[in-house]
Design a binder for this molecule. Sequence first.
Ligand code: ZN
Length: 301
Amino acid sequence: MVDLHCHTKHSDGTWNTVQLLQQAERKGITLLSITDHDTLESYFDLFGMDYSQYYSGEILVGCEFAAVFNGIRIELLGYSFDLFVVQKWLDDFYRRVEKKKSFCEEYDQLLALCKKHNVAVDAGDMINPSIEYPIAAIHRNIKQHPQNRHLFDRASWVSQEVFFRNCTCNVNFPLHLECSTQVPKAEDIADVIREAGGFVFLAHAFAYSLSDYNAFLNQIADARGIDGLEVYCSKHSTSQANYLSNFCRKRGLLVSGGSDCHGMKNPSRKLGTGFGGLCVNEKEIMAWAGQRNSDQYKVHN
Ligand SMILES: [Zn+2]
């Protein structure tokens, strides 16, 4: 079983790196990529550790990058790249102190948007940028005011993730946040990953609030913002996965897939199997991951 999309405590998952490896072993995963948001800390945990006592499969270096393409906030998944080159680039883009500062700025922008559009919020309810994302903080703040309930659809009210996609990333929603200065351009990330020897994929294509998916996918492929698509994903229906698979075939793009497991944050989305029906096609993954010289894509213990 293959899973190329999951998170640890280094971003917004609940397991540490070892706990994630133990879960992967229990699930019988043979090829795993840990794809924390904008950090490779999990891989640095593995250096000097005999992780074979926890996990017997292979590990493909990976990361999930926040990106902007044509003004739309998306995520890219990069794999099989030189860890040090990409971490240095991430450090330069998001200097640690600056990242906290940008989280506070983003939260302030969200508070201002709420006030402007008569969404009740407590201005004194501050974000703790060391432990939470601005979206999590504003969603928590909004939900503390029941009078806001009628302003949001049920899914956005309940789920922070849906709120992020349908509200703050949606250009047609009043709380849309312009984030182009805080997030790198997709084309820039793609260049960095390729120069570091890796491949870049669009994560969960159907998770975004887009009016024309086909046009968007063609535009990002034309701009060389991606080498492939995350076809197999917990968030995609079978027909959506089939559509993406056909799109990859037509455009000569690579295929990737994974659960997007965040540990116990969303316990029904499980490592390897997603909500139950996920089945990443190992042959399609190995078509590109297997070409790599093992020294280039494995983290050795
Ligand atoms: Zn993810």
